[in-house]
Write a new protein. Structure first.
Length: 411
């Protein structure tokens, strides 16, 4: 049933384009429309910056005169240096209705290669927030943190969601929805009787068991690697850019300012009536930052009945200043949920070419697949569909009648 407030689905985003509320230098392809967001495309040039900035009370062009250190032509492809901020005008421009606002986040493949991005508006006071009724250009700040990367005009690094009103669900509403349409299921390292915890959102915990994966639990970005072309697909050898990390007694010591990819113990399912966002979780110390890529589309983790319910979340993690001891089962991130204004005409999955629907510990799309990142004992037919069988029937095929986790609150 349609609601009066919520996240706009792709058919409403298409309507905004048709009515001139979203404009672009070139026609916006239908492939840019995700179930609940719009991919934003890089423009023709980038400005090399000496520091990041927010426009505040001034236009972006005024700030650029102070902080830019030259232009880079992106039309033929260009290199963005590691740890250097760049500002790139985006092809999309906005003339939003007075009741529609927006929020931006990096795409999953952007976060997984540790490219830090955030959207800036004219006279903007906040990153990634588009005020209701905004009229003007959009700019993307890009900082490659682990690798030197190559980008080109038209590449999409970020997504923009559009919202009407206030649509975020509180914990009680979240529990009620979970009873009708389960949101979270146990992975194989979740013990019987465990709960999933909610506190202004739904917590996920990290898997450091090493179970069935030759004991490695994640990847750490290597230093001094070759150039990473973000347009490549399944091209790069993993060992040229990543090293596998191994736990000791269910514990992993995160080194300062190193970038890690880890995975959740739980499996997440986003119904077609909801959209979710991964919020960085700071365990009060300020020493840990998780998950730069934030949007989870309607339909994420909604898989066929003969597959394990839900999909694991890949977690992008960085420790700051000092080493940080991470333990198996520790809370590492939090999902917040919003209602959709109406259900999207298409949900996340194979129909839209969604890459991460059956992911486990999945690297970005630029890299070759890693067979050793999957649990052992999986039938060959399903190897790259990433099933997570909890038990097998007499023929050796997995049974996936897995009950959801129960939600619990803790003060």
């Amino acid at each position: 049933m349609p609601v009066s407030e919520g996240v706009l689905p792709r058919q409403d985003i298409r309507r905004l384009i048709r009515e001139g509320h979203i404009l672009a230098e070139t026609e916006i392809p239908d492939s840019s429309l995700q179930p609940a967001s719009l991919d934003l495309r890089l423009g023709a040039k980038a400005y090399r910056l000496r520091c990041s900035f927010l426009p505040g009370t001034r236009a972006v062009s005024d700030k650029l005169r102070e902080y830019q250190m030259g232009e880079v032509d992106l039309t033929g492809g260009a290199v963005l240096e590691q740890n250097r901020p760049y500002l790139i005008p985006l092809q999309e421009m906005l003339r939003l209705p007075s009741n529609i606002r927006g929020r931006a986040n990096p795409r999953s493949s952007t976060g997984r290669v540790d490219v830090f991005t955030r959207v800036i508006t004219e006279y903007g006071q906040h990153f990634d927030e588009i005020p209701a009724g905004y009229v003007g250009d959009l700019y993307l700040e890009v900082v490659p943190l682990s690798f030197t990367v190559k980008v080109r005009t038209g590449l999409t690094l970020n997504q923009l969601r559009f919202m009407l009103g206030t649509s975020r669900l509180d914990d009680q509403a979240l529990k009620a929805i979970h009873e009708a349409e389960p949101l979270i299921f146990p992975g194989p390292t979740v013990d019987p009787g465990e709960h999933a915890w909610v506190a202004d959102g739904l917590f996920l915990t990290v898997d450091l068991s090493g179970q069935g994966r030759r004991r490695f639990v994640g990847y750490r970005a290597k230093k001094s690697t070759a150039l990473l072309d973000l347009e490549r697909r399944g091209f790069y050898k993993i060992d040229e850019f990543w090293e596998r990390v191994y736990p000791h007694a269910g514990r992993l010591i995160l080194e300062p300012n190193e970038f890690y990819l880890l995975v959740s113990r739980e499996r997440v399912r986003i119904p077609s009536t909801l959209a979710a966002e991964m919020a960085a979780y700071d365990p009060t110390s300020g020493e840990l930052r998780t998950h730069y890529a934030g949007f989870f589309d309607p339909g994420f983790g909604v898989v066929e009945a003969d597959e394990p319910p839900g999909t694991h979340a890949v977690l992008e993690v960085r420790a700051h200043d000092v080493s940080f001891a991470l333990e198996h089962g520790q809370r590492l991130c939090k999902l917040t949920f919003e209602t959709m204004l109406v259900e999207p005409e298409e949900i996340y999955g194979a129909g839209l070419g969604s890459r991460y629907q059956r992911q486990y510990l999945a690297l970005g799309r630029q890299f070759k697949q890693d067979k050793s990142a999957h649990l052992e004992g999986v039938p060959e037919l399903l190897l790259f569909r990433d099933p997570m069988p909890l038990e097998s029937d007499s023929d050796g095929w997995p049974e996936f009648d897995v009950p959801p986790l129960q939600l619990a609150s803790r003060d």
